[in-house]
Structure formats: structure tokens, C-alpha cells
Design a protein around this ligand. Structure first.
Ligand code: IDP
Ligand code: MG
Length: 155
């Protein structure tokens, strides 16, 4: 049975291009609830650890250099069928092959700087979320319909 959690990062080039807002909109419009969010930068060592599974691949060194080259936004996300639905929302690893309307198709041009990360399994979603967030930094709120509520009642 799949869990309802996944992990994402907005990668350095998308941050530098000013796409944080538009990408967050696509994510929330896609039905994902943000339960954790952090604007931070990976050290080279942290990027090596995060992408450890790719060690030895020809693109590993450039991936690590790129992912530690500027700030990223780390996101813990919640939705039914989260891992699979998020991979659909972001599209293929190579933006040129990503479906029309997907985040990678809209906000990335190259396979290495492909705008966003998305976990590939429930197990990795859990590992990657705890790489960035402590339990105290995750907040599971029930969303309300803004039209039905006012922020402050006037007395
Ligand atoms: P994913 O991000 O779609 O899960 P992975 O195969 O897990 O793709 O690769 C991790 C990241 O490594 C990709 O998002 C991309 O930034 C980079 N990458 C993957 N394959 C290549 C490649 O062939 N050339 C350059 N970078 C790559
Ligand atoms: Mg992957």
C-alpha cells in the first residue's frame, strides 16, 4: 500500500530564475499539501550524500556541483498516492521528453538542471524528508475554504 507522503526540492537554477512561486502554485494546484518547507543550500558533502545512489554514474560530479551551487527549496508534501502522482506532475527526467504541462516541461530546459526533484518510492520519500526535516518542522494542517472563513472576527 502506498503512503500519502513525498519529498521534493526546487533545484538551484529554478530558484535563480525566480520560479519558486510558479512551481509552488503548480504543486498546490496539483492537490499536494505542503507539510514542510525550507529555503536552504546544500553543501557539496550533503549533495553527495543525498544523491549517493548515483555515485559512479558519469553525471554524478556535475550533479553534486550543480545541486550545491545555490539555494534550494526543500518540500515535504502530502497527497493520496503522493510519490506516483508527484512524478506524473513533474514529468520525465529529461524536460525535452516531459509531457506538456508538467513542471519540468514548463520550468526546465536541460536534463541536469531539471527544475525539481521528486522521490521515487515511499521508502526514499521517508529517507529524503528526514534528511531535511525534523519531526517538529512538519505541520499537518487541515486546509479550510478561504471563502467561508474570515481571519479575525471584529468584536
Ligand atoms: P529523477 O530526478 O527523475 O528521479 P534520476 O535518474 O534519479 O532522475 O537522476 C537524478 C538527477 O540526476 C536528475 O534529476 C538530473 O538532475 C540528474 N541526471 C539524471 N540523468 C542525467 C544525465 O543523463 N545527465 C545529466 N544529469 C542527469
Ligand atoms: Mg531519482
Amino acid at each position: 500500500m502506498s503512503t500519502d507522503k513525498t519529498f521534493s526540492m526546487i533545484k538551484p537554477m529554478a530558484v535563480k530564475k525566480g520560479y519558486i512561486g510558479p512551481i509552488l502554485s503548480k504543486i498546490t494546484e496539483g492537490g499536494f499539501q505542503i507539510v514542510g518547507m525550507k529555503y536552504t543550500q546544500l553543501s557539496k558533502e550533503q549533495a553527495e550524500e543525498f544523491y549517493g545512489v548515483h555515485k559512479g554514474r558519469p553525471f554524478f560530479e556535475s550533479l553534486v556541483t550543480f545541486m550545491s551551487s545555490g539555494p534550494i527549496v526543500a518540500l515535504a508534501l502530502k497527497k493520496e498516492n503522493a510519490v506516483s502522482d508527484f512524478r506524473t506532475l513533474i514529468g520525465a527526467t529529461n524536460p525535452a521528453e516531459a509531457a506538456e504541462g508538467t513542471i519540468r516541461r514548463m520550468f526546465a530546459e536541460t536534463i541536469d538542471a531539471n527544475a525539481v526533484h521528486g522521490s521515487d518510492s515511499d521508502e526514499n520519500a521517508q529517507i529524503e524528508t528526514s534528511f531535511f526535516f525534523s519531526q517538529r518542522e512538519l505541520h499537518n494542517v487541515d486546509l479550510i475554504d478561504a471563502k467561508q472563513y474570515t481571519v479575525c472576527e471584529k468584536s
